[in-house]
Structures are given as C-alpha cells and as structure tokens.
Design a protein around this ligand. Structure first.
Ligand code: PRP
Ligand code: MN
Ligand code: MG
Length: 174
C-alpha cells in the first residue's frame, strides 16, 4: 500500500518560497501588466497562492493540456483540452506549473503559445526534477530543485488524490 511517509517541503517552507518567487516576478514586471496562466490541475494550488503575493496588475487564466509522445519520442505535441480565454498577442505571459519532470508538457506548450506572438513568455515552476528531463527548456522562476522521489500534495496528485495536502509529501510503501 502506498502512503505519505515523509514531509519533503513543509507548509511554512512553501509559503516562504511563494513569497520569494512573487517578489522576483514583481520586480521583473514592474510597471507592466501580466497574464498569469495556471496549468490545470496540478498548478491550481500554487498559482492561487502565488498571485496573492504579486503586487502588480495581474490577470489570470488557465489551460488544460495533455502531452503526447512521452515514451521514446523526443518531440511530442500538446493537446489543448482547455485553451486560454484571451488573445495573448502583445501580452506578458507567465506560465505557472507545479512541477517539471520530462519537460515535455511545457516545451510543447511554449512552442504552441509562441506562435501567438506574446510580448514575453516566461515560465515559473514550484518544483523542478532535472533528473527526469527529456526536453531542454529554460525555466525563469524555479521554487525548489528536487530529487526524483515520488511526491504528492499542494496540487500534485497520485491517481487524482492528495492534491489537497497543504505540504509536499513523499510517498513510500507501507
Ligand atoms: C503533471 C504536472 C505537470 C506535468 C509535468 O501534470 O502537473 O503539468 O505533469 O510533467 P512533464 O514535465 O513530464 O511533462 P499531469 O499531466 O499529471 O496533470 P495534472 O496536473 O492534472 O495532475
Ligand atoms: Mn499538471
Ligand atoms: Mg497528475
């Protein structure tokens, strides 16, 4: 049976990091408008906390995507299940993810959104697992670089469960 056996990142550590990332974003977009795009469903918790710490003119939108070509294919495409409500041409766009593993979701999404000619397109992820990377992507804002452990919580699921845990937990076998 799988169970959450350990806390990897506590609620307090998460809150401190969210504030730190928000401050960096605020500084980089001073005097600008910003469209924050959360990627459903994993990023929902993080993005909700993050926007409340960004003191700028912020709009928020969401996308839901599913990645193809995870196995051996190096260049997949991304299927957009829920697209943005707004046209991003000429806008500053910040994509917010909970975690980057292979990087395929984001690299495909970035390629798709670049064709819409935003003013700028930046990436923010709470967690980064570089050991699992298959697609090379530059991430502008990274919360924590973590080891390749089986984790859940703060939006991240295991079989759609545990998203509501207020911390990042490690799943182990009991
Ligand atoms: C997870 C996670 C990222 C993506 C990262 O989402 O939230 O969006 O996978 O993986 P990658 O870097 O290997 O592409 P998932 O597809 O499980 O959907 P969810 O957010 O609804 O859980
Ligand atoms: Mn996701
Ligand atoms: Mg998932």
């Amino acid at each position: 049976m799988f169970k959450v056996t350990e806390v990897m990142i506590s609620e307090e550590q998460l809150a401190a990091k969210v504030s730190e990332l928000a401050k960096q974003i605020e500084k980089d977009f001073q005097g600008e408008e910003l469209l924050v795009v959360g990627i459903l469903k994993g990023a929902s918790v993080f993005v909700a906390d993050l926007i409340r710490k960004i003191n700028l003119d912020v709009n928020i939108d969401f996308m839901s995507v599913s990645s193809y070509g995870n196995s051996t294919e190096s260049s997949g495409t991304v299927k957009i299940l829920k697209d943005l409500d707004v046209n991003i041409e000429g806008k500053n766009v910040l994509i917010v993810e909970d975690i980057i593993d292979s990087g395929l979701t984001l690299s495909n999404l970035v390629a798709a959104l670049e064709t819409r000619n935003p003013k700028s397109l930046k990436l923010c992820t709470l967690l980064d697992k570089p050991q699992r990377r298959k697609a090379n992507i530059f991430v502008d804002y990274v919360g924590f670089v973590i080891e390749d452990k089986f984790i859940v919580g703060y939006g991240i699921d295991y079989a759609e469960k545990y998203r509501n845990l207020p911390y990042i937990g490690i799943v182990g076998q009991e």
